[in-house]
Ligand binder design. Structure first.
Ligand code: SF4
Length: 683
């Protein structure tokens, strides 16, 4: 075997940095080099990007199909695996109907894999039970922005960070989670941009901010409505933009009329004058840009928060031009793509509504036969239905819901109750340990395809090594499984054919093909006849729905406030050196040494009241579970609030988190729940 170098894209976060991967003569990924000319990363990678080789070349990779036999797994052939899965799925469908089976796809897999997953669900299994981890990160973005703007994606490009005069970062910690983009925010600040940070925690950017609004967790809508009140009552809104491009202004004006900064002081914990200053700075600057993350979406008010943010940008006319916009920072490398591909129960590729007869007819004609018509379940809906004995067969790839979903005990119990759990993975995750059959997945370094980053840029990836052992790409084993079930609906000779079929049926991707994507650094959707070179900034002339719909957003308090028994509010966060459930980043000894596995951030005042010393062992209890970890005493969290990352299976914060849901998108309230903390004896 010869050493090889390929041009590809980082497999970690949604920024989509460009890299070259190198393999050695033994067929092992051995090196990573940044692409100096890449339009986003411009020669940079963060610590995670540099550690890519560890993530895919781990000694612990699953290389053969496995079947559970009592409490151990035994090697089986692909043929045996596929025929067992197909028989079990067919038995469940025969007995309980297609609503009893479903698929959870992966925001880490390619667009082609995700397209195949939803096609398999809808046209082979005949169910709309298809979902992925966007449910627990940005499903409110898809719903909220679609309602107000007609399109649920980042409106601008990462390049616009350098063009903004004011950057408002709300509920996001990009220097930790989207580090290359976080660095661009710091560069913009150093070059003179003003920075507003809205976050209960003192993040790295909050320390640099001109204004840090350190609000109480879950009070975003109250704050945003009060900013709107200040802006409108002072006449700082963009009247021409509103008149020409928006509807519903009078209703919104009336809705926020009485929401003065003083009226929300007690709710948000913020000083009214500081809210006024932020409202003035954001509205009275030519180019103001909003970047937001899961501190907006992971609440029972997730969709409401997104709509309030969109209202704010629209009222100030900060949309549709460079250096502005409302920009969700998508977490995983291809979470935008997995949404675009229709791995959501309510939409087909390109957000075509699953319950509309025209959509069903279009895909039924294209795919050669009938498709699912009943409403689908979300991932959390599948968990709930499994506990009720109504959902029995789940296929899941590239996700670890036992670590990442709220109320871990509840998820584990549901998965153990299934008649069939199939997990395709790189390594043995906590979820894979519960599976009946485990399939060896190919990593991004072993396959071709495309990822869509947070700025809607579709970029090609290329294999630098062949699949390890008997590992297979996801669309390939899904196609093989469809054939084992007697269906020829998935019938592609190669990955490019999957993309071409998808592009024909997905309006936003219609003008794309592999040769065009390979010419430069991919293309940003929409890319079609009227925008053959893609679109860097959305909504420049008009919104997909004509006029934007300003939508009054009602403040909804968090589901589980603190009380005597659970006196501290737990919020979750992510760390620079880790990623998601840790199944990739924790394979790197370099990343692993940087942060102890599991940590509770606690303010010195609360630590003192509990007689805690730095790194003191602590027990953390909520109404749903109990975990033990160590305390990191820091003023980065305010008194009364504690914070934990969710990357660590040793101290899984999701044993504690709340399953209360945003009523529109079923997003669980991962960002706030009541806990008690106790000091444990020091060993
Ligand atoms: Fe990879 Fe994101 Fe880091 Fe870029 S910022 S190198 S995409 S993890």
């Amino acid at each position: 075997m010869h050493s090889k170098v390929v041009k590809t894209v980082c497999p970690f976060c949604g920024v989509g940095c460009g890299m070259y991967l190198t393999s050695d003569w033994k067929g092992k990924v051995c090196g990573v080099t940044p692409q100096w000319d890449h339009p986003i990363s411009r020669g940079k990678l963060c610590d995670k990007g540099w550690s890519t080789a560890y993530a895919v070349s781990s000694e612990s990779r699953i290389t053969h199909p496995l079947r559970r036999e009592r409490d151990k797994f035994v090697h089986i052939s692909w043929e045996e695996a596929l025929s067992s899965i197909s028989r079990a799925l067919q038995d469940i469908i025969d007995d309980d109907g297609p609503q009893a089976v479903g698929i959870i796809s992966s925001a880490r897999a390619t667009n082609e894999d995700n397209y195949a997953a939803q096609k398999f669900a809808r046209s082979v299994l005949k169910t709309n039970n298809v979902d992925h981890c966007a449910r627990i990160c940005h499903s409110p973005t898809v719903a909220g922005l679609k309602q107000v703007l007609g399109s649920g994606a980042m409106t601008n490009s990462t390049d616009d960070v350098s063009k903004a005069d004011v950057i408002m970062v709300i509920g996001a910690d990009p220097t930790e989670n989207h580090s290359v983009l976080g660095g661009q925010v710091i560069q913009a600040k150093l070059a003179g941009a003003k920075l507003i940070v809205v976050d209960p925690r003192v993040t790295r950017l909050a320390k640099l901010a001109d204004i840090h609004l350190q609000l109480q967790p879950g009070t975003n809508t109250a704050l945003l409505n009060s900013m709107l009140q200040v802006i409108i009552s002072n006449g700082w809104h963009d009247q021409d933009f509103i008149a020409q491009r928006c509807e519903g202004f009078e209703k919104l004006e009336k809705h926020v009329e009485k929401v003065t900064p003083e009226s929300v002081e007690a709710i948000t914990g913020l000083d009214a004058e500081q809210i006024r200053q932020a409202a003035k700075l954001y509205s009275q600057t030519e180019h103001s840009m909003i970047l937001y993350g899961m501190g907006i979406t992971q609440f029972v008010s997730g969709t409401t928060n997104v709509m309030a943010l969109a209202d704010l940008a629209l009222v100030c006319g900060h949309i549709g031009k460079p250096g502005t916009g409302i920009n969700p920072l998508r977490g995983q490398n291809n979470v935008q793509g997995a949404c675009d591909m229709g791995c959501l129960p309510n939409v087909y590729p390109g957000y075509q509504l699953a319950d509309e007869k025209e959509t069903q007819a279009k895909f039924s004609a294209a795919w050669g036969g009938d498709v699912a018509t009943s409403a689908g379940l979300t991932s959390m809906g599948m968990t709930k239905a499994a506990l009720a004995g109504q959902f029995k067969g789940l296929i899941l790839f590239g996700e670890d819901p036992v670590v990442t979903d709220p109320d871990q005990n509840h998820v584990r119990e549901a998965y153990q109750a299934l008649d069939l759990l199939v997990v395709a993975e790189l390594t043995m995750t906590e979820t894979a340990k519960l599976a009946d059959i485990v399939l060896p997945a190919a990593s991004f370094a072993e396959k071709s395809g495309t990822f869509t980053n947070c700025e809607r840029r579709v970029q090609c990836i290329h294999p630098v090594i062949p699949p390890l052992g008997e590992a297979m790409g996801d669309w390939q084993w899904l196609q093989a499984l469809a054939k084992a079930m007697g269906s020829d609906r998935l019938n592609w000779p190669d990955t490019e054919s999957v993309f071409d079929e998808m592009a024909r049926l997905t309006p936003q991707y219609q003008g794309m093909n592999y040769p065009k994507l390979e010419q430069g650094f991919g293309l940003q959707w929409p890319c079609n006849e009227s925008a053959p070179q893609g679109t860097a900034i959305l909504h420049q002339q008009q919104f997909p729905i004509g006029k934007a719909r300003l939508t009054p957003a009602h403040y909804v308090p968090i589901d589980e406030p603190t009380d005597e028994d659970y006196p501290l509010l737990l919020t979750t966060n992510r760390l620079h050196f880790h990623y998601g459930c840790g199944s990739m980043s924790r394979k790197s000894p370099l990343l692993e040494r940087e942060t102890p596995p599991g940590i509770l951030f606690i303010n010195p005042l609360d630590a003192k009241a509990l007689s805690l010393h730095p790194y003191h062992p602590v027990g953390v209890r909520s109404r749903r579970g109990y975990i033990e970890t160590r305390a990191m005493i820091t003023k980065d969290v305010p008194p009364g609030v504690v914070s934990m990352p969710y990357h660590f299976k040793e101290a899984p914060s999701n044993q504690l988190t709340n399953t209360a849901l945003d009523p529109i998108t079923k997003m669980p309230e991962l960002k706030a729940c009541a806990v008690s903390v106790t000091a444990l004896p020091i060993d």
